[in-house]
Design a protein around this ligand. Structure first.
Ligand code: P6P
Length: 328
């Protein structure tokens, strides 16, 4: 008999300190939004929802129509929940907070940080895209920002949905990584794998090699090490250019994904709070590693909600070798 995502969360009640009714109700808001997003994506090419929205977001990037839709879906499905103190989105400059209808103080316990539709520039060429989310607990002391700008090891839960041939949810609450496949016939995410483990070593490296000339030399040396069989395996290059898709393959097949510092993006391109942190949490829970130019991603003290970071993530063997090369 099938197990749905909601049933899985409830069954984990004992082992997840957060899996109270409030927490699983919150997760239901995320899964509802991702079902709405996937339905919109599936029909986008037919009903003209593809293409630019005509505005740029806080990142200075051209917003796609589906970026705006995905953001609104998450804000709508989560904004109605009393347990939400704030929402932090790649698409919004500031955290979104809510004045509760009864005018009382915002007593929300959780902050959800998300990239509503990562890789959306690939949609018009029909390439997989994804939603990435991270759940933080609101600290009683200090203002909201004090609860948002915390290192990734304080995350309560994290996950992503990759919209590909299947719509797959991958999630951790610190008690292993579990994956679920959306069954459109019943409109539920159905458990497909529990306690996923990233292979100890893979045969793929994934990076935008067009930037290699401007990387710090150590990254070029590292790629030469992989290419020359220095880790005892023959590697192939796979780069989709959609982070969730490249990460999902790395989680399942092993290997390494790298976005090092470049001349244009000396602090890295990918965002710490809603890309690197959630994926690093999943990678470590699956036995992998994630670093940002030498330091553990989950230990980085954020300074801003849209802060960028170099981001390298993957199997233990490849990542330990990278850490060694970076340590010089
Ligand atoms: P580049 C997509 O725009 C994105 O934010 C990630 O999904 C992806 O990993 C990265 O940028 C690709 O960047 O510079 O290789 O095109």
């Amino acid at each position: 008999m099938i197990t749905t995502f909601q049933q899985h969360i409830q069954a984990q009640q004992q082992s997840i300190s957060e899996a109270s009714g409030t927490f699983s109700y919150l997760l239901a808001g995320i899964t509802l939004a991702t079902k709405m997003i996937q339905a919109k994506i599936r029909l986008a090419a037919l009903d003209g929802a593809i293409g630019a929205y005509g505005q740029t977001n806080v990142q200075g990037e051209q917003q796609q129509k589906l970026d705006v839709y995905a953001n609104e879906a998450l804000l709508h499905c989560l904004g109605l929940k009393d347990s939400v103190a704030a929402l932090v989105s790649e698409e919004d400059e500031e955290p979104v907070t809510f004045d509760r209808a009864q005018g009382g103080p915002n007593t929300g316990k959780y902050i959800i940080v998300f990239d509503p539709l990562d890789g959306s520039s690939n949609i018009d060429v029909n390439v997989n895209v994804g939603t990435i989310f991270s759940i933080l607990r609101r600290r009683t002391e200090g203002d909201l920002n004090a609860s948002i700008l915390r290192p990734g090891h304080t995350q309560v839960a994290a996950g992503y949905v990759v919209y590909g041939p299947s719509t797959i949810l991958v999630y951790t609450a610190g008690n292993g990584v579990h994956s679920f496949i959306l069954d459109p016939a019943i409109g539920a995410f159905v458990l497909s794998e529990e306690r996923m483990m990233m292979p100890e070593q893979g045969t793929y490296y994934s990076t935008n090699e067009a930037n290699a000339a401007t990387w710090p030399q150590a990254y070029r040396d590292y790629l030469d090490l992989l290419r020359s069989g220095g880790l005892g395996k023959e590697y192939s290059s796979r780069y989709i250019g959609s982070l969730v898709a490249d990460f999902h393959r790395t989680l399942l097949k092993g290997g390494v994904f790298l976005y090092p510092p470049t001349l244009k993006q000396s602090k890295g391109k990918l965002r710490l709070l809603y890309e690197a942190n959630p994926l690093a949490f999943i990678a470590e829970q699956a036995g992998g590693m994630a670093i940002g130019h030498g330091n553990r991603i989950l230990d980085i003290e954020p300074e801003g909600i849209h802060q960028r970071t170099p981001f390298m993530v993957g199997s233990r063997r490849e990542m330990e070798a990278l850490a060694e090369v970076l340590a010089g």
